[in-house]
Write a protein that binds this ligand. Structure first.
Ligand code: MG
Length: 373
């Protein structure tokens, strides 16, 4: 199983209108897909995210020369080597090599990961509602209501922290009133607040029981404040999307900082660490709801992994945590034939990741090599 070729597909889409969260505006969506092919004709797909000019150079100058001729069965060592240079490329490499090994065996990657326990995985609709328009709240409410109505999502995440608290709370009040009874809400502050500011949400959280979690209200290195907020806040505290090692998640959990951890397959430096982190949550009795906003293939890998995870509770219908599903403008999502229905994704059957990808279908979104901001 020697690596004979590494094909790269830098993908780019300029948004028709910027949208954003507390971290700023998005004007484009981009990711790098790559396909590894062995001398015996086996293939596996991976994805990584970063500034595309950097990724293209990295692949050309270091990654491809390093991988050519290497044995896929040494995938732990290969991923560890690449991780020293570029953890996010290592994450994608670990996906592609897992698919190749599964394809060699004629099995799903789920069979390598303990076996599938469910055929569907719940997903939550993830919105980035800020725009620079004065009527952004009205537009957001219409968009969320339309998406929930058309797609049947019953779990929704809304961003806060980029506007004054009173304005964000008017937004949430309008949303929860419009969709009362139909949706449970996660609120994501992207580490925007201090303890006093985050605590101003407690009264709103106490008014109803339709909240999923409060995500990253504070900078994640403020562990003492997280513990205090957890003791006061009536909804679970979630976080960790940028955690790059399993040890980091172990630290947060040992410190009592989080109720729900949110590892991301694209951020952890390898599927090995991702799977370890899912199991860590089960060993320590906390929930794990994978973050998956930046990529499309990496989201599928998260769904496949979540389908193998033991339930967190015995409550019928609510015993497996949802994976994030980006519902903003992002046509790259159409590149995979995996779409949610009524807030659930059917886990693909078949060897590898269970879907065939035609490289020709990627052409429309290939980055043209020009600069972008
Ligand atoms: Mg977040």
């Amino acid at each position: 199983m020697r690596i004979e070729a590494v094909e790269t597909y830098p993908l780019f889409w300029r948004l028709s209108e910027p949208y954003g969260d507390a971290n700023g505006w998005k004007t484009y969506r981009a990711c790098m897909w790559f396909r590894i092919r062995t001398s015996s004709g086996l293939t596996g797909w991976g994805e990584c995210t970063d500034w595309l000019p950097t990724l293209v150079k990295e692949f050309e100058n270091r990654i491809i020369p390093c991988l050519l001729g290497k044995n896929c069965l040494n995938r732990g060592e290969l991923v560890a080597t690449i991780r020293k240079w570029h953890p996010r490329i290592a994450a994608g490499l670990s996906m592609a090599l897992a698919e190749i090994v599964a394809n060699h065996a004629g099995l799903s990657v789920c069979d390598l990961w303990g076996g599938r326990r469910r055929n569907e995985v719940p997903v939550y609709a993830s919105f980035q509602s800020y725009t620079d328009r004065p009527d952004w709240i009205d537009r957001s409410v219409r968009k969320v209501a339309q998406t929930v109505d058309e797609s049947g999502f019953d779990l929704v995440k809304i961003k806060v922290g980029g506007k004054p608290i009173q304005e964000d709370q008017r937004h949430l009040a309008a949303l929860t009133y419009t969709l009362r009874g139909a949706v449970k809400w996660a609120v994501d502050a992207n580490q925007s607040y201090d303890l006093a500011a985050a605590s101003q949400w407690n009264h709103m959280f106490r008014e109803d029981d339709h909240w999923l979690w409060f995500e990253e209200p504070l900078p994640l290195d403020e562990i003492d404040s997280y513990r205090l907020l957890r003791s006061r806040c009536p909804v679970p505290i979630a976080g960790g999307e940028n955690g790059s090692t399993t040890q980091r998640f172990l630290f947060w959990l040992h410190q009592g900082a989080l109720d729900v951890i949110q590892p991301d397959t694209a951020h952890l430096g390898g599927m090995g660490d991702f799977l370890d982190t899912l199991r860590l949550a089960r060993h320590l009795g906390v929930r794990v709801s994978p973050h998956a906003y930046d990529g499309i293939l990496s989201r599928l890998y998260a769904i496949l992994a979540q389908s193998c995870l033991p339930p967190w509770s015995k409550m019928d219908g609510e015993n497996i945590e949802p994976v994030e599903w980006d519902v903003m403008e992002n046509p790259l999502a159409t590149l995979l034939p995996v779409q949610p229905k009524k807030g659930r994704v059917r886990v693909p059957d078949g060897p590898g990741i269970g879907v065939e990808i035609d490289p020709c279908s990627l052409r429309r979104y290939l980055w043209d090599g020009t600069g972008y901001q």
